[in-house]
Ligand binder design. Structure first.
Ligand SMILES: [Zn+2]
Length: 171
């Protein structure tokens, strides 16, 4: 797919949407919408992302654009119905900044091991969360990412949580 030049500025996009959208339930609020990704809420350099893709006739105007980080831009829905983008953004809405990806790791954990992280902490009698978080932080040092994708994917994050659970009970 050819990358076309987008003329609409990031500021125009923020001004347009955050004067009309209900920001509760989104990962960003108006004050940070120019510097944090609208899906994951992380502070990253942001890309202008079409709601209706340009290749499907989507226009270069604020009402057809949102701001996403590179990673989220690769995953956003590319369809003709503009409501789908907002369904997607809202479904991933995260209340606290910088917790988004570890939450995705926890969801992946539950998918793989059929138990939520909360259940695991309970059945394993893990009550010292400082100790657990410290092990997670240590184990995050022993991970890596794919070339060109400078972030930990959810499989890696789920793996780190599993390793930390195992390690906690051994120590
Ligand atoms: Zn993002």
């Amino acid at each position: 797919m050819e990358r076309e030049i987008i003329k609409t500025s990031k500021k125009e996009i923020v001004d347009y949407w955050f004067s009309k959208v209900d920001e509760s339930g989104l990962s960003v609020d108006a004050a940070e919408a120019h510097e944090r990704c609208w899906r994951c809420g992380c502070e990253r350099s942001l890309e202008r992302c079409h709601i209706i893709p340009a290749s499907l006739g989507g226009e270069d105007k604020p009402s057809n654009l949102v701001l996403l980080c590179r990673r989220c831009h690769l995953e956003n829905p590319n369809v003709l119905d503009p409501e789908i983008m907002w369904d997607w953004l809202r479904a991933y809405g995260t209340a606290l900044y910088d917790t988004f990806w570890i939450l995705q790791g926890a969801k992946e954990y539950e998918f793989i091991y059929h138990k939520s992280l909360a259940e695991e902490l309970k059945v394993r009698d893990i009550d010292d969360m400082d100790k657990f978080n410290k092990i997670v932080a240590e184990e995050l040092q022993n991970t890596t990412f794919h070339y060109g994708h400078p972030y930990l994917n959810s499989g890696t994050l789920a793996g780190v949580l599993r390793i930390a659970l195992k390690k906690y009970t051994r120590e």
